[in-house]
Write a protein that binds this ligand. Structure first.
Ligand code: AHM
Ligand code: MG
Length: 336
């Protein structure tokens, strides 16, 4: 078989970017390589999930009060492990851990970055063979280099992110990451075990036809949200419709589709959970950054997600995210 030399692997791509900045240290490229390595290991286990006794509850309950699946723990350990043993990360925050983890060793204390992640999002979908994902967010430390990182490094608003990304374990496995320079998508080529550039310079279409929301909660939403959903259902052809409702219940897959095809994803607050379900630091913020770099918008209904000053690792937020024009229309309902 002829080798296609024009296809760039993730490493080749990040190195090519690095070469444009001769003064750059390459720490971020290494961090992305670490994340990709962990993602490949998780991918192998996700693929085997139906075969081996890795399904089911691990018997513990995470800090959110939810059952923890074994794969969640496996994924958490993989991402934490590569970052701890790498040279680019001073500490992490994870959906699966009560508190931030400060690596605090000689090398890590010299590292520039901290990482927040949800190791396996949508894990309720594992048992039924539906796409799941990993979401991550990278910040430059504000604390002094050479010392252990601190809480302030993690509790920065999303607009301070240096990079953010996600991995979708789907019909194929993809890693998408954004820096301020752009969003690029890499599909895992199983024949060589490498992520290869398949979606260069992703732009989120200004308008789309997909709206993604849990309709089961409809009567728990605010009136403005209900009115917007109603308007989505009534879209005529002349007004850019008809819209299609698509909701997988795996945020990574839902937002990925809308990022590529154009659409809006909503997880509003409900009467029962006014603060919504999704987490600001490792679910909403990374996606707000990625979609923002791609030309879309994200709000909590009152404020841009990226401008919210976080107060705690596991804080929740309502989330509205997607194509610019659809978000602008939603905002007219919110303001009214
Ligand atoms: P998780 O972090 O426990 O997996 O929950 C997050 C997931 C998102 O991926 C998804 O968008 C949402 O929960 C679905 O929730 P619901 O079933 O309430 O619609
Ligand atoms: Mg999650």
């Amino acid at each position: 078989m002829a080798i296609n030399r024009s296809v760039l692997t993730l490493d080749e791509f990040t190195l090519a970017q690095l070469r444009q900045f001769p003064t750059a240290t390459g720490e971020l490229s290494r961090l992305l390589r670490d994340m990709a390595l962990a993602a490949k290991r998780v991918n192998v286990e996700v693929n085997k999930a139906g075969l081996v006794d890795i399904l089911g509850d691990a018997g513990s309950v995470n800090v959110q009060g939810e059952d923890v699946k074994k794969l969640d723990i496996f994924a958490n350990n993989q991402f934490m492990g590569v970052l701890k043993h790498g040279i680019s990360c001073a500490g992490i925050g994870s959906e699966e851990m009560d508190d931030f983890v400060v690596f605090d060793d000689e090398v890590s204390n010299q590292s520039k970055y901290v990482v927040l992640f949800d190791p396996l999002d949508g894990s309720g979908n594992i048992d039924v063979n539906v796409s799941i994902g990993t979401i991550f967010s990278v910040y430059r430390r504000v604390s002094e280099l050479g010392k252990p990182c601190t809480q302030e490094d993690f509790l920065q608003p999303g607009n301070k992110q240096v990079a953010a990304g996600y991995v979708v374990y789907g019909s194929s496995t993809m890693l998408v990451y954004a820096t301020r320079r752009g969003v690029n998508g890499f599909t895992l080529d199983p024949s060589i075990g490498e992520f290869t550039l398949s979606h260069p310079d992703i732009k989120c279409p200004e308008a789309g036809k997909f709206y993604s929301v849990n309709h089961g909660n409809f009567f728990q939403y605010d009136e403005s949200v209900r009115k917007y959903i109603d308007a989505c259902q009534r879209k005529t052809k002349d007004a850019g419709g008809p819209y299609t409702q698509r909701y997988i219940g795996s945020m990574v897959a839902d937002v990925h589709r809308n990022l590529i095809k154009g659409g809006i994803f909503m997880y509003p607050g409900t009467i029962e959970k006014p603060g919504g379900k999704l987490r600001l630091l490792y679910e909403a913020n990374p996606f707000a950054f990625i979609v923002g770099v791609a030309g879309g918008l994200a709000t909590n209904g009152k404020q841009r997600i990226l401008d919210v000053q976080p107060a705690s690792l596991h804080q929740r937020t309502p989330l509205f995210i997607g194509s610019k024009k659809m978000m602008e229309e939603l905002e007219t309902y919110m303001k009214a």
